[in-house]
Design a protein around this ligand. Sequence first.
Ligand code: SAM
Ligand code: SF4
Length: 317
Amino acid sequence: MKDGFGREITYLRMSVTELCNLRCRYCMPAEGVCKRHHDEMLTQEEMLRAVRVAAELGIRKLRITGGEPLVKKNILAICEGAAAIPGIGEICLTTNGLLLPGLAKPLRAAGVSRLNISLDTLDARKYAWMTRIGALDDALKGVEAALEAGFERVKLNAVLIGGWNDDEIRPLAALSARWPVDVRFIELMPMADKSAFGPEAYIPCGRVLEVLPELLPVAESDGVARLYRLPDGQGRIGLISPLSAHFCGRCNRLRLTADGRVKPCLHSPREYPVKGLDSEGMRRQFLAACAAKPERHPLLSYECRSGANRSMNRIGG
Ligand code: SAM
Ligand code: SF4
């Protein structure tokens, strides 16, 4: 499946729920999200139908996300079902890690090949503040469970927030020396709600290179991340810069929300519903979303905010 700008679309990010066991300030409101009637959300059967259709159209990599995918009761059955679909070569999952102590091994057995775990701070008080209800220790136990379960190249994702965790760039990066993990710094994206952070929070990933001049560039490519390594690093350091150096030219992805909308671009309000459709109907919507992929999204900033009409937990980050 090629879009109108010649980009081959091979990557689907599928959100399996809008719900979460945390309430991160940059992602969702304090009160969480209203639980919606299950008739509005994709069923397991519809999710797997959509993945099958997407695979027939050339999708090879599937990322399962949310909300928090591990709060979904049938998450293992969804992963197993997706892993059995011909053409899907790789299933990755993004999680806050809290439920990994019980689920890391079963996820691996269900066909998940890679895990990304979100970890923005190593300070327990800051973690509790940012997530509103979470405990840092639980997230760290989740990372350890992922490593014990034998997942290779676990990635730890830290959203870089000026005035909040930019003083932790060095200790966060040092996790790539302590554990065989990649640590990736991601620029904070200005979603529609302006209330959580002021302009000073939006700092470029270049700050990481200023703080860590010893970083060595790594030639390999990892999709959207620029890669480096600490001299004593087991894993790599990735910089993901959706604001300061956006990567739309290499974008190869579509998104599917938990309520069944195919989104051509994270920052576009356009959505193509597939809820209730048969395979042929879904195929048409995937192709329409692919054709509607914009060449690039506008340059985002505190003032020029994302055009997505949803908070991140309702899109699937
Ligand atoms: N609950 C899972 C987790 O936290 O990893 C998966 C869903 S979460 C929406 C996916 C990723 O989006 C997380 O790494 C989170 O930090 C990131 N994210 C959420 N809001 C963001 C924002 N405004 N800017 C940058 N990243 C954001
Ligand atoms: Fe939940 Fe992930 Fe959003 Fe945090 S970033 S509130 S863990 S969905």
